[in-house]
Design a binder for this molecule. Structure first.
Ligand code: K1U
Ligand code: ZN
Length: 173
């Protein structure tokens, strides 16, 4: 397994739409494993393939708390089948927007269909932080960042700060 470099915004790779995988073959399974290693190393609770420069519809998530057993999830071609009307607010961060945080409102519960690491179709329901994190990662596959859920004033301020930090060399490109 390998820790991959994470793409930091602003970057056109984070604004593009990812392509579905034809199947979870050995290459995609390896990508999933490398993404999990990258996410744990960051550390983070989720990661989408475009964040490591791969425009495929693949995400990984693990919202287990410190001291709990790991609960890694590997999802290819995730599709949201249902969302609750009830919403939840969470102060989100993003490994592609280091040190930027703000509250985002999303559906509190979701049902998702996806291909697992074994290429089998699976469905699952999620709530709480897991539901928030899966939606955040699926947004990445559409080229949407959490700042796109904020006002344009807040979004532009955060992206300008990151651009400055990249230019001054205080952030990885
Ligand atoms: O997609 C990403 O960039 C990962 C992001 C996921 C996420 C965080 C919060 C709400 C929704 C989605 C992160 O993991 S940011 C880091 C983070 O939240 C965290 C890191 C260490 C311990 C606990 C949380
Ligand atoms: Zn993110």
């Amino acid at each position: 397994m390998a820790v991959l470099p994470i793409v930091v915004a602003p970057d056109p790779r984070l604004k593009r739409k990812a392509e579905p995988v034809a199947a979870v073959d050995a290459e995609t399974a390896r990508l999933m494993d490398d993404m999990l290693e990258t996410m744990y190393a960051a550390p983070g609770i989720g990661l989408a393939a475009p964040q490591v420069g791969v425009l495929k519809r693949v995400i990984v998530v693990d919202v287990a708390r410190e001291g709990e057993a790991p609960q890694p999830l590997r999802l290819a071609n995730p599709e949201i089948l249902w969302t609750s009307e009830e919403t939840r607010v969470h102060e989100e961060g993003c490994l592609s927007l280091p040190e930027m945080y703000d509250e985002v409102t999303r559906p509190a519960r979701i049902r998702v269909r996806f291909l697992g690491r074994d290429n089998q179709v699976q469905e699952m329901e999620a709530d709480g932080l897991l539901a928030t994190c899966i939606q955040h990662e699926i947004d990445h596959l559409q080229g949407t960042l959490f700042v796109d859920h904020l006002s344009s004033v807040k979004r532009n301020m955060m992206l300008r700060k990151l651009q400055k930090r990249k230019k001054s060399g205080t952030l990885a490109a």
